[in-house]
Write a protein that binds this ligand. Structure first.
Ligand code: FAD
Ligand code: UDP
Length: 366
């Protein structure tokens, strides 16, 4: 007899939603995580009274009303709207690409003027169907914006030339001909007051949780602990990398406490030129409109992932896509293991999509 119905590997958002729903249906869940804390990449740690997003800035946004209502049962969200600023050399621009950006870039006022400039710049390249990120960027916003605000940032972030990256990476960014600096087009947006960790804490209330526990060791010693496993770690690691490594980007966060109240005046400032080694600086207090006397900032340095460090961004190019499909075939043969989440599905998932996927997964399962 197994002690649990589900062994859930990973106390991140996917694992926590699964655990919450399965527990509600009377299932017994054990959630393990190799880290020393719950909440996976949405973990927040309080420093100087500020909720610091330890694994990078997390802004909740969705157009799915059900998911918005779902997440709101676990926390009250504030009215934060993400409006990053981009720094290129000594110039400052608003993001995403909108009339404020165009007006600053070309000293113009109207949408008509902006469209004319972009069209003229696009015509130089004559791209009918963008085949990669470079062509996508050029055909979307023209050469000036591509070179100042996309090229350097993207090459730092992904460690590859834009011409070798898939176009979809920047399709996430809105392009608008209004004076609107909201980074997302979604209907709902905000930051949970008190950070993300309490959300996951509530989701895990009915489950047993074991931290500092790596699945591979644990399952060797406890092979019959549960009837089924929900695995949200790296899919290639699950299979001992036997078909080769999937590639990821990782991020190093250099976090500093500063003895000043307001360092950069905004939560997110992107450094888009190649020569600045970090991609962005996050000033965490601004996510919750904090007024603490000190401030905490994190510089993000992006690099290629190596075993032993945290994987963050799957690299969804053709080579990795094909390798993932081969692992997916192996996964389909594991009758008692469900693969989920950002790492289990090797997918660039936002939080709302992770919740949606976990809810669908529970529904199919129970
Ligand atoms: P994770 O949070 O990674 O959880 C997986 C857990 O499994 C981890 O805790 C890990 O320690 C554990 N684990 C792995 N292997 C093992 C093992 N062998 N044994 C035991 N435990 C294991 N989304 C948004 O919606 N908005 C944003 O602004 C946003 N910003 C982001 C910024 C960054 C830098 C990153 C990397 C992601 C961002 N996301 C954002 C995405 C968001 O982080 C994910 O959608 C979400 O956290 C994924 O949840 P998950 O449970 O799939 O994965
Ligand atoms: N991007 C860019 N310039 C910026 C911000 C983003 O070129 O100032 C591109 C970059 O390729 C990045 C992608 O847009 O990887 C998606 O950006 P987003 O801010 O959504 O990335 P995330 O927050 O997930 O790192």
């Amino acid at each position: 007899m197994s002690k649990y119905d589900y062994l859930i590997v990973g106390a991140g958002l996917f694992g926590a939603v699964f655990a919450y729903e399965a527990t509600k249906k009377g299932k017994r869940c054990l959630v393990i995580d190799k880290r020393e804390h719950i909440a996976g990449n949405i973990y927040c740690q309080e420093i100087e009274g500020i909720n610091v997003h330890k694994y990078g800035a997390h802004i909740f946004h969705t157009s799915n009303k059900e998911i918005w209502e779902y997440v709101n049962q676990f926390a009250e969200f504030n009215n934060y709207i993400n409006s990053p600023v981009a720094v290129y050399k000594d110039e400052l621009y608003n993001l995403p690409f909108n009339m404020n950006t165009f007006s600053k870039m070309w000293n113009i006022k109207t949408p008509k003027e902006a469209k004319e400039i972009i069209e003229a710049q696009k015509a130089e390249f004559n791209i009918s169907e963008p085949k990669n990120l470079e062509e996508q960027g050029l055909s979307l916003v023209g050469k000036d914006i591509f070179e100042k605000l996309i090229k350097g940032y993207t090459e730092k972030q992904w460690g590859r030339p834009c011409s070798q990256l898939p176009a979809f990476i920047i399709k996430r960014l809105p392009l608008r001909f209004t004076y609107d600096n909201n980074y997302f087009n979604d209907r709902f947006q905000g930051i949970p007051m008190g950070g993300y960790t309490p959300i996951v804490e509530k989701m895990l209330e009915g489950s047993d949780v074991k931290l500092n526990t790596d699945y591979f060791e644990f399952v060797r010693e406890n092979p019959d602990i549960a009837k089924k496993t929900v695995y949200t770690g790296m899919i290639d690691e699950f299979f001992g990398y036997k078909l080769g490594h999937l590639e990821y980007r990782t991020v190093r966060f250099e976090t500093e406490i500063l003895d000043e109240e307001n360092y950069q005046g905004n939560a997110v400032v992107n450094y888009t030129e190649r020569e600045v080694p970090y991609t962005r600086i996050i000033e965490h207090k601004h996510f919750e409109f904090g007024t603490q006397p000190k401030t905490v900032i994190s510089r993000e340095y992006s690099s290629e992932w190596k075993p032993g460090i945290e994987p963050y961004y799957p690299i969804n190019d053709e080579k990795n896509g094909n390798l993932f499909l081969q692992y997916r075939e192996l996964a389909d043969k594991e009758a008692n293991v469900i693969f989920g989440g950002r790492l289990g599905n090797y997918k660039y998932y936002d939080m709302d999509k992770v919740i949606e996927a976990a809810l669908e997964c529970v529904k199919a399962e129970l």
